[in-house]
Structure formats: structure tokens, C-alpha cells
Write a protein that binds this ligand. Structure first.
Ligand code: ARG
Length: 713
């Protein structure tokens, strides 16, 4: 006599099963394509196999609800408690009533998610078979805010995993905890943080990674009862791995159901799983609310705020939205933000604050201060500054922070009405200085973004997969940068160029020299390399021994680079070389002639260096900062190191243009978040040549490119 089966499963006959609508990528292209008979016999076969090891209950199928066969989404049960599924898509929402009735009829204590808080049952919530916690997904179907409710209602610890691939839209399509603490899963379906969490919880010898091919055959969508694993199909390799883990694979084809995006696991819900004895409620998910105000829709600010949340692994709900009706009136939104941990939430809130979001006001408090005890060392809990105008509350009064820059601390001097706040870097801290710590009593002031700010963002940051070709987008960027430079020069403003040697290698030296000569550059920040290459080019026509015009090395050319350094060293410096007639053209020649100051920061790989190069790094940083002060625009040309260094010293409100062939550099700088910064992914030499051409014709010629016209060059 076999012992009575312990496991209880809920299934639903596929009488009305078909692919009728598209709510996941598998259904796309399969509407009306599933075969009734085949579906019926595949389902029967599964039902038969499961009946051998479990007690299978049935719920009555309903016409018009083709996905009701996927009972895994009905809810999740634990002991005698059930949480009813709350479907994301309208198409499946009518299933809820039938499942509710079924759970209640069986005497479960039924819990229900609030309306608008999707939770797709055991499709997204899987009990770890060993650890006693529940893995719950978010990101595609189930909302993160549902996780703490599950923890509370089922009195269980919850581990939140973020799904990032729409093909694996439910946790059970890519993740299957097995008896004995094994885990079969497809790692690329999860974000990095979730993968780390999985790795922290399941030792590597118990993890069975599933290949993309197996995952596409729904191998993870498996039902594990005892030592058996029921699934659609697994490769010999996967079967071997599972066998090594002591499991036996039972293949039962479910291809008709895969057309709707489901297989074995989706077709059965395990009900009445016993509660592990050590379970107790725990969930790391944290949430908070922020206000966002401005031209939220037309400046794209709301979009970006929501992207920041989602990209940061969080989740949001817009609780309130007041739309400004006129072009000039602003909108206001309250957004509820959730993240899988308090650390993640903290990071999200900081990035939202950078976008101008303010915490929904609680008690207003003064900033907390702590006194510096060691020279050049900040108190542990220091507040790190950003590029955005900031105010701190001291003695009940909000005071603006001076010398705003990134990665500094705020020092408060004086008392009462004469209290003053200033951004400072660690090395300038003195014992007795009072430094702002923690997060209370600090606010960032963002200028309201307008519609007009939008094109800058659209033209530059839309370069990933958009309608406009990259050439044309470079054209648009050049147009705008040229126009701004022209304005700044006209108003006697300051443009600081930050440039790397690539300017010379890409044939841009003449163009940059022209910009200096014509008064478009008020200071030049670079390293030893730019100067050496520029001077080699001016003196010998090569850079690193290569003739730029021929694109080929010249005989003995490799020495030219060292000869250039030697020549300048002999004169005592660049200015002396110009005066002595040794250096007669190039970027640095123009700087000397036009009295445009420059600062060259040394690095470990410098040849020479030139006498002008600042080998004391602290002095170099101070010089950079001095030149950047009061700048209207920073034009960053192909130098990651010097550009980021300069970016850190630049307060918000200064236009930053970063040109680099490497999108990563551009994004890194654009990520500083200033609306006024724009990134151009382009060859620096070509960019400079377009820019100079455009500036030359600024007064007379027609615009080269217009956003609404095809490129004419
Ligand atoms: N068409 C259904 C949906 O997209 C399939 C559900 C599959 N169920 C599952 N637990 N993965 O909702």
C-alpha cells in the first residue's frame, strides 16, 4: 500500500484555454495558434503524472478566461492562510473572484492585496525548500510593495528578487527551489543585486544554473515533489546536473501552453504547504515618499525620476498628480518610492533629491553639526555635497552653502544671524571646524526645469536607439554648442576647455588652436600629454611619431616626441619657447600669445615632464579649481580623467559639454545630473572641425543643421 500523498495541488482543465490576447512575449505571434486537442492531451498527461505523487484538486474552468489553467497565479498559501492573486493585467482580473471562492470554500483564511497592488501568487512567490523563507519577485508583474504584506500575513521572511527580462516575467519561469536546498535558476533573468542575494543565500555547490536554451524550454518552470522534477523539457546536461543533485527528471511536453507563456509549474498550484517551524515575519523592503514640482511632463522630469527609481532597482506609485494647465504653470506629484533594502532606498532618495525631489515634509530640524578633531579628517557621519545649490538649516534659518562643489563637506562658521556655510574638501579641514553630519536640515535647491531645457536632453541623451542618426545628432549638438559659445564670448563670459591628447591624434589641434586664437577659450586644463603632443605636432608635424596628414609613421618619428620635450626643457618652459621663437604654432603657442592661462596636471606615465607641468597634484587640483571658478561653460574634449576631475569642482548651473568617442565617459559625466550638461558621443577631431566651421559662419551663414530637416552635409 503506498502511503497517502502529502502534497495537494490545484489544477484547472484547459476547456477554454487558447491564446486570445498578448500579455507576455511568448503570446506575441501566437494568438489563435494553440491547438485545442493537443493542449487537452498535454494537460491530461501532466495531470496523470502528478496524480501519481500528489492529491490533485480541480477548479471549474470558466469561458472567456483562457489563462485560468495557470492556477499558479491564483494566490499563494502557507499553512491555512491564503493570499489571493491580484492580477496586473485587466484580461486576467476576472479570475480573482473564482479563485477567491475556491479558497474560501476550502476554509482558508483569505488575505487580499489592496486594489492596484499587483501580486501574481505562486507564479512570483516561491518558498525556499530548505531555508524556510519565501523568494518573491518584483519588477514585471508583482509590485515590491506587496512583499511586506506577504511577510506580515504569512509570518514569513521574504527575499525580494528583481526580474529584468520580459520573457521571464514570473519568478517560476526562471527560478525553482528544489528539495534539499538546491536551486535551479537562470541568472541573467535577475539584476545584479538579486544575483548577489541569491548567491548569499544559496551556497554555490547547491546552485544549478540553467542555460538560456533550457530556460527557453521552460526547464525552470518545474514542479518538484520528493525526488521528482516534472517539467516540459531539459537538455541532457541539465538532466545530468539534476541527477547529480539526487533528482529525477520527468519530462512531459507542454508546448501548447508555452504559446501562452506557461508550462508545468504554472499549471498547478501547491496548496497547504506546511509552515516551516522557524519562520517569522521579516522583509527588507523600505519605502518613503517624495514631492516633485516643476514642468514635470514637458521637461521630462517625471520620466527621469521614474527611470531613476526603476533603474535603481526600486518601484514607485504616483500617489497624487496635479497637472499645471498653462505652459508656464508647474505640476506637482507625490511619488511613493520602494526599494528592496534601506541601503537601496537611501541611494534612490539621494538620486531623486539630485533631480530636485523633496522629501514629503516631516518635522523641520536644524542640521546636525560635529566638530573636527584631526586636521584634514571629517567626522564619520559627514554629509557629502553634490553640485547642486544647497541650503542648511542653522538656528532655525536656512542659509545657502557657498562654493558649492561635489564630494566635499559643509563647514559652518559663526553663530546666529552671522552663521555662514561653505563647501570644503577634507584636506582643508581644521580642528574646531563644525561640519554638517547626517541628513537632517539639508535641502537642495533646483532651478525649475523648463520646456526649453528639454531639447538639450533629447538631442544628446536619446542617442541610444532613436530615429535620428548619430551623425545628425552630432550636427545638432554642434549647432547648439556653437551658439552657446558664441553667446558667451559676446557677453565676455568664460569658457574653460579640458582636453586630452586625443585632440591632437584625431587631427583637432588646429581647430582647438583656432578656438583659443579667436577668444573662445579663457582657460585650458590638461595634462602633460596634450602639451607634448601639440608641441611635437607644431615642431615636427607628427604626434607620437605619426604624421597626422599621412596617417603613417615617419622615419625616426618615435624620437620626435622626446625631442619636443627636450626642446621645451632647454628653453625653460612653453612661454620661453614661444618667446625664443622655438615654438611657432599650435594650441599652446596660441595660449601664450593670447594670454590664455593653462594648467597641466602630471600623471605617473608622463614623459619629461615639461617644466610647466604641475607635479604636485594638490597644487594641480587647486589650479584647476581656480580656473573653473566663474566659468560659464566647460568644454570637455576626450579626456576622462581631467573631465571628471573638473566636473567634481564645478557647481550646477555651469554648462558642461562632454565630447568623447566612448559613450561610457559621456554617460559618466552626464550622470552628474545637471540639466545643463550635455554629452556628445563623437570623434573629438570631427566634432572640433564641425564646431569651428559652424563658429566661422555664425554671423553670416545659414544654420548647418535643423532638427526638422534631414542633414544637408
Ligand atoms: N498567459 C499567462 C500570463 O501571462 C501565463 C501565466 C503563466 N503562469 C506562471 N505562473 N508563470 O499571465
Amino acid at each position: 500500500m503506498p502511503s497517502p500523498p502529502r502534497v495537494r495541488l490545484l489544477m484547472c482543465r484547459p476547456d477554454f484555454f487558447e491564446v486570445r490576447y498578448v500579455i507576455n512575449p511568448w503570446m506575441d505571434g501566437n494568438v489563435g495558434r494553440s491547438a485545442q486537442d493537443a493542449a487537452r492531451s498535454q494537460w491530461q498527461a501532466l495531470h496523470g503524472r502528478l496524480g501519481e505523487v500528489a492529491q490533485v484538486e480541480l477548479i471549474e474552468p470558466r469561458p472567456g478566461l483562457p489563462d485560468m489553467v495557470f492556477t499558479a497565479n491564483a494566490g499563494v498559501t502557507f499553512g491555512n492562510r491564503a493570499i489571493l492573486g491580484r492580477f496586473l493585467y485587466r484580461e486576467r482580473q476576472p479570475e480573482e473572484a473564482h479563485f477567491r471562492e475556491w479558497f474560501t470554500g476550502l476554509g482558508f483564511d483569505v488575505f487580499e492585496m489592496p486594489p492596484d497592488l499587483p501580486f501574481e501568487g505562486a507564479g512570483d512567490a516561491l518558498l525556499d525548500r530548505e531555508g524556510g523563507w519565501m523568494w518573491i519577485a518584483y519588477g514585471l508583474r508583482t509590485e515590491l510593495d506587496a512583499h511586506p504584506l506577504v511577510a506580515r500575513w504569512l509570518d514569513v521572511e521574504v527575499c525580494s528578487l528583481r526580474l529584468i527580462d520580459p520573457r521571464f516575467y514570473h519568478l517560476d519561469t526562471c527560478f525553482c527551489p528544489l528539495e534539499g536546498g538546491w536551486l535551479m535558476y537562470h541568472p541573467p533573468a535577475f539584476d545584479a543585486a538579486s544575483n548577489r542575494l541569491i548567491e548569499a543565500r544559496v551556497p554555490s555547490e547547491r546552485r544549478i544554473p540553467v542555460s538560456a536554451a533550457d530556460a527557453a524550454h521552460f526547464a525552470c518552470n518545474a514542479i518538484n515533489i520528493g525526488q521528482r522534477i516534472f517539467l516540459n523539457h531539459a537538455s541532457p546536461e541539465l538532466k545530468a546536473a539534476l541527477a547529480a543533485a539526487g533528482h529525477e527528471v520527468v519530462e512531459t511536453p507542454l508546448t501548447e501552453f508555452m504559446k501562452a507563456g506557461g508550462a508545468a509549474k504554472c499549471l498547478a498550484l501547491c496548496v497547504g504547504e506546511p509552515r516551516p517551524s522557524r519562520a517569522s515575519a521579516a522583509c527588507e523592503v523600505q519605502s518613503d515618499s517624495v514631492h516633485l514640482e516643476g514642468h514635470l511632463l514637458d521637461s521630462g522630469l517625471l520620466d527621469r525620476a521614474l527611470d531613476v527609481i526603476v533603474d535603481g532597482g526600486g518601484s514607485f506609485r504616483v500617489m497624487e498628480f496635479r497637472l499645471g494647465r498653462q505652459r508656464q504653470s508647474t505640476s506637482r506629484a507625490e511619488i511613493h518610492v520602494s526599494a528592496p533594502s534601506s541601503d537601496a532606498l537611501g541611494k534612490l532618495m539621494a538620486r531623486l533629491a539630485d533631480l530636485g525631489a523633496t522629501a514629503v515634509p516631516r518635522e523641520e530640524a536644524d542640521a546636525q553639526l560635529e566638530t573636527v578633531t584631526g586636521t584634514g579628517v571629517a567626522p564619520e557621519d559627514f554629509y557629502a555635497t553634490t553640485i547642486y545649490p544647497t541650503e542648511v538649516r542653522v538656528g532655525g534659518r536656512w542659509i545657502p552653502v557657498q562654493d558649492q562643489r561635489m564630494d566635499g563637506v559643509v563647514v559652518i562658521r559663526g553663530e546666529g544671524d552671522s552663521a555662514e556655510a561653505r563647501c570644503t574638501i577634507f584636506r582643508r579641514l581644521e580642528p574646531g571646524d563644525r561640519v554638517v553630519i547626517g541628513g537632517a536640515g539639508i535641502r537642495r535647491v533646483r532651478r525649475v526645469e523648463t520646456r526649453e531645457d528639454r531639447p538639450a536632453i533629447a538631442a544628446d541623451f536619446a542617442f541610444m536607439g532613436e530615429r535620428v542618426s548619430s551623425e545628425r545628432r552630432v550636427g545638432l549638438a554642434v549647432e547648439r554648442v556653437a551658439w552657446q559659445m558664441h553667446q558667451i564670448r559676446g557677453q565676455g563670459g568664460r569658457i574653460v576647455a579640458v582636453a586630452g591628447p586625443v585632440v591632437v591624434h584625431t587631427g583637432g589641434a588646429d581647430r582647438l588652436a583656432w578656438l583659443v586664437r579667436e577668444g573662445y577659450v579663457q582657460a585650458l586644463l590638461a595634462g602633460n600629454g596634450l602639451a607634448v603632443h601639440d608641441i611635437e605636432q607644431a615642431m615636427f608635424g607628427t604626434s607620437l611619431g605619426v604624421d597626422a596628414r599621412l596617417g603613417a609613421g615617419v622615419r625616426g618619428g618615435h624620437r620626435n616626441h622626446l625631442r619636443a620635450i627636450n626642446a621645451i626643457r632647454r628653453c625653460g618652459g612653453i612661454a620661453q619657447a614661444v618667446r625664443q621663437g622655438v615654438l611657432e604654432s599650435g594650441i599652446f603657442y596660441e595660449c601664450i600669445r593670447r594670454d590664455v592661462p593653462f594648467a597641466l596636471a602630471a600623471s605617473i606615465r608622463d614623459d619629461g615632464p615639461l617644466p610647466d607641468t604641475l607635479t604636485d597634484m594638490i597644487r594641480a587640483q587647486d589650479e584647476y579649481a581656480r580656473h573653473i571658478k566663474g566659468a560659464d561653460m566647460i568644454l570637455m574634449l576626450g579626456s576622462m580623467l581631467h573631465s571628471i576631475g573638473s566636473g567634481n569642482m564645478t557647481p550646477a548651473g555651469v554648462k558642461m559639454v562632454c565630447v568623447d568617442i566612448n559613450p561610457a565617459v559621456v554617460t559618466k559625466l552626464a550622470d552628474r545630473g545637471s540639466v545643463l550638461s550635455s554629452g556628445v558621443v563623437a570623434d573629438v577631431g570631427s566634432f572640433l572641425s564641425l564646431l569651428v566651421e559652424r563658429l566661422r559662419h555664425m554671423e553670416s551663414g545659414p544654420m548647418l543643421y535643423r532638427a526638422d530637416e534631414p542633414m544637408a552635409v
